[in-house]
Design a protein around this ligand. Structure first.
Ligand code: DX5
Ligand code: ZN
Length: 219
């Protein structure tokens, strides 16, 4: 099994203490930092633009894991690469589940020299992405409806995680399987047992001592 990576979501950060909290993340065992980009259109919430990502880039060497919840990822994904993203994932639903457009955007991102992957919402079937699995560095399975932190983990999404894991074994692929939404000190077991290796955690990490909260997800 791949080593577990924790990707704390800065969506749940206290923005009056940004520097202090980034320092705590830098000191923690988290290797990635998850950056939720929301455009107020694909999801009913608005978060960060590329200039904010540039600011985080200056404060950390962690892998910047950028989750685009925007209606026009073909336009914005390259902009976030230029702002410092290391891994960019975009929603297949934003491209009308069109495999040609999905494949093309993955190529664009790879040509720009970053890792790239796709995200599926809870109601989206996983099997239809099979033809592009040879192109992805990661698949992100949403375990809440995208838009807000602090929602409850949808355990029934674990069948998608296990399907992805079995497909990876069968085909010899090496993509990571990330889960996002409702990960806490108990649900992380379920996610790992199902086959995920990359865990986004927002409210759980920032509700207490950041270093300790991250460590608890690796035990
Ligand atoms: C939701 C975001 C998540 C969110 C997770 O749309 O994609 O990354 O920050 O927050 P928690 O861990 O609180 O569910
Ligand atoms: Zn996210």
């Amino acid at each position: 099994m791949s080593q577990i990576i924790i990707s704390p979501s800065v969506l749940s950060m206290d923005y009056s203490k940004m520097k202090e909290q980034v320092d705590a993340l830098n000191a923690s065992k988290a290797e990635w930092m998850h950056f939720d980009v929301m455009d107020g259109h694909f999801v009913p919430n608005i978060t960060f633009g590329p200039d904010i990502l540039k600011g985080f880039r200056k404060m950390t060497d962690m892998v910047l894991d950028v989750h685009l919840m925007v209606s026009d990822p073909e336009k914005y994904a390259p902009i976030f690469v230029d702002a410092g993203a290391d891994m960019v994932t975009f929603h297949v639903e934003a491209l009308d589940n069109d495999l040609n457009r999905i494949s093309n955007l993955l190529k664009v991102l790879h040509e720009k020299g970053v890792k790239a992957g796709v995200v599926i919402k809870p109601k989206t079937d996983v099997a239809f992405i099979e033809p592009i699995l040879d192109q992805v560095d990661m698949v992100l399975v949403m375990t809440v409806e995208p838009g807000f932190g602090g929602q409850s983990f949808m355990k029934d999404m674990m069948s998608k995680v296990t399907w992805l894991k079995n497909k990876r074994d069968e085909k010899g692929y090496s993509y990571r399987i990330e889960v996002d939404g409702g990960i806490n000190g108990s649900t992380y077991h379920t996610a790992i047992e199902a086959g995920s290796d990359t865990l986004v955690a927002g409210s759980y990490v920032f509700k207490g001592d950041i270093v300790e909260q991250v460590a608890s997800l690796l035990r």
